[in-house]
Write a new protein. Structure first.
Length: 340
């Protein structure tokens, strides 16, 4: 079933009023680019569905609540671990989820990824995800492609699946000159408007294959001004160091390997002629949605929910490295020829 808001989902499974616990914690800062904040934004202030954010340490709250009131929902996002510390906390989380459903609470799970991006302990994660499917009354996905994945790989009954598109983000459009000044003042990044500016935005992680993209660009003999912006994901410091060296030895490559606050995000998207994505695998992408909201042209693999953007204006999809490289050459020449 396709729906338009979380409230529609809750109504579809029989609730006209409920307390809705959400995990992980919905951030109270930098909300413009927060997936969770913008997903539940339509329900803030709603008298029928009261959103209550849950941290790791407060997973017991929905369990306790459902002992006294069965009009309680627990909407869970993600379910994975990437290091020993996260793995150690998993039994506690799973116990809370189990007790919540045992005591009569209603669980909703949102599927964000096909598998953990770091590809660690995949068999265990698959078992966890299938367990989560059995406990959940409803499973939320972001597109028809994700629905097919959930049915085939996670064995989710079709009647349990609800398609609710990825939420849009709040954006602030500024001029290219203002964006360039902002990059220079805040990050000492100094691209010029007379040459193509390409952006790779978001957490730096191996599954995005950023190094491969840079190497391919160099082999093609084109020299876009490439901006890589976002923090290095935990456990990937070696990748961060390699990208730092690449930027140091290439004057047209810039690296801002730090968290980008909401007020600075327009500097990056409003100066870019193209936003690049080179995902090894992907189901849904918040950064692709952010680029769509900023109306920044996109070059991305035809995978997951991104594949359903085929035909969108200024969205260019590739199925292999050869197609990707052809698109890069084409987009580079378009900007260069347009400015000469």
């Amino acid at each position: 079933m396709e729906i338009k808001s979380p409230g529609d989902l809750y109504k579809a499974i029989g609730f006209t009023k409920a307390a809705v616990y959400v995990a992980p914690l919905i951030p109270s800062q930098h909300t413009n680019t927060s997936y969770l904040y913008n997903l539940y934004k339509p329900l803030y202030g709603d008298v029928h569905f009261r959103i209550k954010s849950v941290s790791v340490f407060s997973h017991f709250k929905p369990v306790f609540h459902t002992l006294f009131n069965k009009k309680v929902l627990f909407h869970y996002h993600w379910l994975e671990f990437q290091d020993v510390k996260a793995l150690a906390g998993m039994p506690y989380k799973l116990l809370c989820i189990y007790l919540f459903t045992l005591f009569g609470g209603t669980l909703i799970w949102t599927v964000h990824n096909e598998r953990p991006h770091d590809r660690k302990l995949l068999a265990l994660h698959l078992r966890l995800h299938k367990w989560m499917v059995k406990k959940a009354t409803a499973v939320h996905v972001h597109c028809k492609t994700a629905k097919t994945f959930a049915e085939q790989k996670l064995e989710v009954p079709g009647k349990k699946i609800f398609i609710l598109n990825h939420p849009s983000f709040s954006v602030n459009h500024i001029s290219k000159n203002e964006a360039l000044h902002g990059l220079q003042n805040e990050y000492s990044i100094t691209p010029t408007a007379d040459k193509p500016i390409w952006l790779i935005f978001g957490q730096i992680s191996p599954y995005k294959e950023i190094e491969e993209l840079i190497i391919s660009t160099q082999k093609l003999g084109i020299e876009p001004q490439l901006i890589i912006a976002g923090p290095v994901k935990k456990g990937n410091s070696e990748l961060g160091e390699r990208l730092k060296k690449l930027a140091e030895f290439n004057s047209s490559t810039y690296l801002a390997d730090t968290f980008i606050p909401d007020e600075h995000v327009p500097y990056f998207f409003c100066c870019a002629d193209l936003c690049l994505f080179n995902y090894r695998e992907i189901l849904s992408s918040g950064v692709v949605q952010l680029a769509l909201d900023y109306k920044t042209p996109i070059l991305a693999p035809k995978k997951g929910c991104i594949s359903e953007l085929d035909g969108y204006k200024n969205v260019f999809l590739f199925e292999n490295d050869s197609q990707r490289d052809d698109w890069m050459i084409s987009k580079y020449k378009e900007v260069v020829n347009g400015k000469v």
